[in-house]
Design a protein around this ligand. Structure first.
Ligand code: AMP
Ligand code: ZN
Length: 285
């Protein structure tokens, strides 16, 4: 309990409406649309992917809404759940009884979670729209064990260390790039200096796709103050230097900073994309 893990493999999404149908199917002796034995449910309703993406945002919903259905699904073989917030006493007891585990994600890290999804397809209850059941293939999806087979409960322990809410201290804790900078989430770091860190994009859109980020948590380009503007110039210098070391400087490359929602920014920590190694077209190539 309290262990931070990186999950890889298959999970199925299900929210309230899907839970209701799953339990209804079980109660009426029908087959479930997928074999739930040994499986993991992720309490999320992914939004549709924007062009070029595997999935839209895919953050967790509050698990409490699933509590009344969960013991039934655990009895049917469900072994892991991923969500947000504490569970009911009945669910905690069932977790222990069926030797299952309940994981929580890092609150507000929807973009990080989406970045860990390799494949996504709707496999059941398509008519439920955002609440349909998706089959997701995930890789290095970060989560924290909240309830384990021994009855351990992260929420009862109230470990301040794992701030799961959005209160003070929560922001840096939930920022993906701050966590990469702090070494709490692994990344393939290719460069660092006192002001910036650069690492490979987890979902590369070109043979070379690096992200250059300031160590300082600046949410977007729009938040760069006059006093901080030298950081952006420094990021450009780092990009040029990395383009050379990556061997893409001569043929050409592209740097991109997405700003805010309509600018297509998913991770709210200023970052510059460095793309190259193929002929880039369109917006992000
Ligand atoms: P943007 O859409 O401009 O906010 O870009 C965010 C980028 O961060 C995307 O290209 C993601 O693939 C990338 N990304 C998200 N999480 C990680 C991670 N843990 N390690 C490396 N890159 C990531
Ligand atoms: Zn940050």
């Amino acid at each position: 309990m309290g262990t931070e893990i990186l999950l890889s493999g298959v999970v199925y999404t299900a929210r309230d409406a899907a839970h209701q149908r799953l339990v209804h199917a079980l109660d009426s002796g029908k087959k479930l649309p997928f074999d739930i034995a040994g499986q993991t449910l992720y309490y999320a309703g992914p939004s549709p992917a924007r062009p070029g993406r595997i999935i839209g945002s895919a953050g967790p919903t509050t698990s409490q809404r699933m509590d009344s259905y969960t013991p039934r699904l655990l009895a049917a073989g469900l072994r892991a759940m991923i969500g947000k917030g504490a569970r009911s006493q009945e669910v905690k007891e069932a977790i222990k009884r069926y030797k299952a585990v309940y994981l929580v994600t890092i609150g507000g890290a929807g973009a990080l979670l989406a970045g860990a999804i390799r494949r996504a397809e709707v496999i059941a209850y398509e008519d439920l729209g955002a609440e349909a059941v998706w089959r997701l293939e995930i890789e290095s999806f970060p989560a924290i064990v909240a309830n384990d087979i021994y009855g351990g409960d992260l929420f009862e322990q109230g470990k301040r260390k794992y701030r799961l809410d959005r209160n003070e201290g929560g922001r840096q804790m939930e920022c993906v790039f701050c966590q990469i900078i702090a070494g709490k989430i692994s990344s393939e770091t290719v460069y660092q200096d006192e002001k910036t860190v650069a690492f490979r994009d987890i979902h590369p859109r070109a043979p070379t796709h690096l992200l250059i980020v300031p160590r300082k948590h600046i949410p977007t380009l729009a938040h760069v103050s006059e006093a901080d503007s030298s950081i952006v110039a420094h990021m450009v210098n780092v990009a040029n230097q990395l383009a050379r070391s990556e061997g893409i400087a001569e043929k050409g490359y592209r740097v991109v900073i997405n700003c805010g929602q309509e600018g297509g920014q998913l991770v709210p920590h200023l970052h510059m994309h460095l793309l190259g190694g193929r002929q880039l077209t369109g917006l992000l190539g």
